[in-house]
Ligand binder design. Structure first.
Ligand SMILES: Nc1ncnc2c1ncn2[C@@H]1O[C@H](COP(=O)(O)OP(=O)(O)OP(=O)(O)O)[C@@H](O)[C@H]1O
Length: 546
């Protein structure tokens, strides 16, 4: 057997011996480099993975290799970012391929390379037809394993190449001088291309390859935004032009914007994705280097213009002016414009009326925070794309609090997975509660307004148990079950933290409380009688019928 085959066998033996989250995190992406004179060198993708494997799994790996080779083995790890071929080992067969460096001109029309292009995946990319609006909106699309090439950043020598700011007298108009004075909304990162006075960049920003229609989960809260985005992707420039997507933070506006962009690119159209911040900076630079005509003509050759956070152009006179002309020119040529904003045009104060009315011309579609079932579907889909099996109870736990943003929801899931991985512990509701305690303990007020003491008293009356016994250590079933029901209802029906619940129940820690919650929750899921029992206990608590 050569090193590759030995490692493949080792991986198969190691897989069932470690927690699946741990396996995915640390063993995925490894491969055999060589096996010579008893020294087995394993390639690992990061120094962090190397440290983890060395400190936690070196001996396990060594003994596995000894078993396979029948001789003494010394294990070493070598870090390289290079991805091994899929056949190198069994652990990385699903790994993403490294990004190719790609610069291409869309339709060969732009002199500068457009950013945000992606290399078509090896499997057929989702076609626009496959995303027909007739697809049931609640369908949970599965994300394909996609292999996108993202252009690498050319070397930056910003300071050295940046020319001196021209004297105000060189501006051709008052408006241009005013624009040149306009500060960018936020400090932008240095340009990723070499900066020269003869070059006016109209490059778009990179679009996130994960933000596709297939990875977007549709529910009541985003049905309209999703349906209109799909319609626009299918018929750019012909329907809902402009499309104005608005809503609170982290609710999927950028995701839909990029999904339209990807669909446009798949159809061979020239797509430019930008933010109002970048748009502003480009105008400022064009004016500074007297390249406004070049800027305009280049900007107007695109088929789909996608602008994120349009609200930020409000009050920036020259930017609004330039955007107005860009808008008119594209719209007159039946080119698609899609913008996002954190609020509807009406609520963007200091936006010029003529722009406001243009934004209202096409279609306004809002996104709202997802409701519980929708949050569950989003979390399940995220788990699938992360290739993590997360128990239903844990997903339900994460989805439980009213979560105003999908970004927060994703953050909570990532935190729980990282917590389990780092502690090498199984993913349970108690563990999720520990991982999220600082976030989820701040529960919104419940409708029942019960206190922990009221729950305790009510439970004792309902089950006819002495409160001291409930708070004590006794493990009889007659006491344990009411105690667990108390934990469950205190957690569900009061605003108390785990710590407060634990204190009310005789000084128990939060893990015990969550274990009790988990037990009752699981019983309720398996047994309708238990569900009825809990409903009846709650009813008695709320109606003080004892
Ligand atoms: N319905 C959804 N299905 C799947 N993922 C979603 C959904 N909605 C949002 N997301 C994910 O949530 C995260 C935040 O979404 P996005 O960046 O699009 O929000 P946004 O509305 O543009 O927020 P902001 O206004 O802060 O820029 C992204 O990772 C996105 O993929």
């Amino acid at each position: 057997m050569n090193a590759k085959q030995i490692w493949q066998t080792a991986i198969e033996r190691l897989r069932p011996r470690v927690n699946s989250a741990v396996f995915t995190t640390w063993f995925q992406g490894t491969s055999a480099l060589s096996f010579q004179d008893g020294v087995f060198i394993i390639r690992v993708p990061t120094t962090f993975a190397k440290a983890q494997l060395e400190t936690r799994f070196q001996e396990l790996i060594r003994s596995t290799l000894v078993d396979i080779t029948g001789g003494p083995v010394e294990v070493r790890f070598e870090v390289t970012k290079e991805q091994p071929a899929a056949s190198d080992n069994g652990a990385d067969s699903n790994a993403y391929r490294p990004a190719k460096r790609t610069y291409r001109l869309s339709k060969g029309r732009l002199s500068a390379p457009l950013r945000g292009k992606r290399v078509p995946p090896p499997e057929a990319a989702p076609t626009i037809n496959s995303l027909a609006p007739s697809t049931p909106p609640e369908t949970v699309y599965r994300q394909k394993k996609e292999d996108y090439g993202i252009p690498a950043r050319p070397p930056v020598n910003y300071k050295q190449d940046q020319p001196e700011k021209p004297a105000p007298s060189s501006y051709t108009s008052y408006a241009e001088a005013a624009a040149a004075r306009e500060e960018p909304i936020h400090k932008e990162a240095p340009p990723t291309k070499e900066y020269s006075p003869t070059h006016v960049s109209v490059e778009g920003l990179l679009m996130n390859p994960r933000y596709t229609f297939s990875s977007f989960i549709v529910g009541k809260s985003n049905k309209l935004a999703h349906a209109t985005s799909l319609a626009v992707a299918e018929n750019p420039g012909r329907i809902y032009n402009p499309l104005f997507l608005y809503g609170g933070v982290g609710l999927g506006k950028t995701h839909l914007l990029h999904a339209i962009g990807h669909a446009g690119e798949d159809a061979g159209l020239t797509v430019l994705y930008t933010t109002s911040e970048k748009f502003t900076n480009e105008i400022i630079n064009a004016i500074r280097f007297q390249k406004t005509e070049e800027f305009r003509s280049k900007y107007r050759q695109i088929d789909i213009l996608l602008v994120d956070d349009i609200q930020f152009i409000a009050g920036k006179e020259s930017t609004e002016e330039e955007f107005f002309h860009t808008f008119n020119s594209l719209h007159n040529a039946n080119k698609q414009i899609v913008v996002t904003s954190d609020r509807p045009p009406k609520a963007i104060s200091s936006l010029q009326d003529r722009l406001r009315s243009r934004f209202e011309w096409g279609l306004l579609a809002d996104v709202q925070p997802p409701e519980y079932e929708h949050r569950l579907a989003i979390l399940r889909s995220k788990c699938d794309s992360l290739r993590f099996t997360v128990p239903a109870g844990v997903i339900e736990y994460i989805a439980r609090p009213v979560c105003s943003s999908v970004r927060e929801l994703e953050g909570a899931l990532n935190r729980v997975i990282a917590y389990a991985t780092l502690h090498d512990a199984p993913l349970t509701v108690s563990l999720a509660a520990q991982a999220l305690e600082h976030i989820y303990d701040k529960k919104p007020p419940t409708t029942s307004n019960l206190t922990v003491n009221e729950v305790l008293d009510g439970i004792c009356r309902y089950y006819n148990v002495n409160p001291e016994l409930l708070r004590g250590k006794q493990r009889d079933r007659d006491i344990v079950w009411p105690r667990q029901v108390a934990m469950y209802l205190m957690r569900e029906e009061t605003t108390a933290s785990l710590l407060q619940i634990g204190t009310a129940l005789g000084g128990r820690d939060h893990t015990t409380i969550m274990h009790g919650w988990e037990k009752v929750h699981a019983e309720m899921g398996n047994n309708d009688l238990v569900k009825q029992e809990i409903a009846s206990v709650l009813d008695s608590l709320q109606n003080h019928s004892f």
